[in-house]
Design a protein around this ligand. Sequence first.
Ligand SMILES: *Cc1c(COP(=O)(O)O)cnc(C)c1O
Length: 408
Amino acid sequence: MSGSSVVKPHMGDTQQLLEAAEQSVLFTAARPAVIMEKGEGMYLWDTEGRSYLDFIGGWAVNALGHSPRVIQEALAEQSAQLVNASPGFFNKPMVEFAKQLTELSVFDRVFFGSSGAEANESAIKLARKYGALHRGGAYEIITTLGGFHGRTLAMMSATGKPYWEPLFAPKVPGFRHVPFNDLDAMREAISKQTCAIMIEPVQGEGGVHPADPAYVTGLRELCDEHGILLIFDEIQTGLGRTGKLFAYEHYGIEPDVMTLGKGIGGGFPLSAMLTKERYNLFEPGEQGGTYTGQPLAMAVGKAVVGAIVEQQLAVQAADVGAYIQVELSKIAEGYGLTGIRGMGLLIAFNLPQPRGSELCAASMANGLIINSSSPSVIRLIPPLIVSRSDVDEMLARLRRSLNDVLDA
Ligand SMILES: *Cc1c(COP(=O)(O)O)cnc(C)c1O
C-alpha cells in the first residue's frame, strides 16, 4: 500500500480551514499548514490529497495503523448496543476488557481513564493512599530527570523536565526528581516521606533511553526493602511497542502499578491503571470519572488489545524494530547520524546538527512524518503493523530529507 487510494481533494477548502484554524483553535503548538483528512494503514492524507507515510502514528498511539477495521467494527457494534450507561454501573465490555488485561499481565485490578495523564494521576493517588494507610502518611513520589508523565498540573510536577519547572506555579508538591539509571541517587532520595518510585522503563519523550536491567532490578529491591510502590509508566512502552507486550517483561520483575495509554485504544481516547490485589485500596468517592469504563472506549480497547495479541504484533515490533536499527546504521556514517537506539518500535537517533524541526518539515514535504523530541534527536514510533517494505520506503524519504537539510 503506497498512497494508492488517494482521497479527492476539496479544492479551496484547505485555505479556508487553515484560516479558521488560525482564528479559532487555541494556540498550543506550532502546527504545519496542512489539514489531515483521512488515514488508512501506514498513511495519512491531507485535504489537498497529499499522502504521508506515518512513522509517528499519532505519537505511539495508532498501534494498528490508521482507521483499522477492528476499530470501525468495535465502534459500530458497541454504539448500536450501548454508548454510555453511567460510571455508576458495570457494563459488559468494561468487565470483559478488565479481565483480558489482568489475564495478559501480572496485575489483578484495572481502573480505566481517558488519557495517560489521568491514569498516572490514579497511580499517584493510589500510592498516596497507600502511604496514608501503611507508611505513616508518606506522600512523596520519586521520579527521574528526563522522564515524562503528562500535562495535568500534578503530572507536570511529576515530570522531570527542567524547562517546565518555573511554569504554572505553584507546583503540586510531593515530587522529587533524581537522575535516570542512577540507583545510588534513588537510594539516597528515599526518605520516611517516600511512598513510591515512578519511572518509564524506556524514557520516551526524553529521547528514547531504556532503563538498565540492573537499575530496574535494584529499584525493585529498594521498593521491597522500604515497603514502597514501584510504578511503571508504560503509556508509551506498553502493548507491544518495545517487542514484549509490556516492557516490564524485559526486566524479569513485576511493578506494583502500571499505567497504560496511547496504543491501548489504537487512537481512541483510553487509558488504564493496573495494580495488584493488595493495592485495591480506594474507598467510594476517592477515585472515579465520568468516562471511566466508557462502553465505546472499552469495546475499542478490548478489540485493539485482542488484535495486538492475536496478530503477535509485539514479536513483529521486535523484528521490524531491529531491522530499522540495522538499516539506519548502514546510512549513519554517510550522514553523521549517531546514537541509534531503542527497543522494538521505539527508536531514536542523533543528528550531527541541531536541525530536528527542519528535518521534520523537509520530511513532511517528502511525504514522511517523523518526530524530533529535541533539536538533535529524531524519534520513530510507527504503528506496530509497519512492514519491512514500509521501512525501506521510510528510509528513502528520510535520506532525501537529510540531503535537503544537512550541510554537506
Ligand atoms: C504520552 C505520555 C503520557 C501522557 O499521556 P496523555 O494521554 O497525553 O495524557 C504519560 N507518560 C508517558 C510515558 C507518555 O509517553
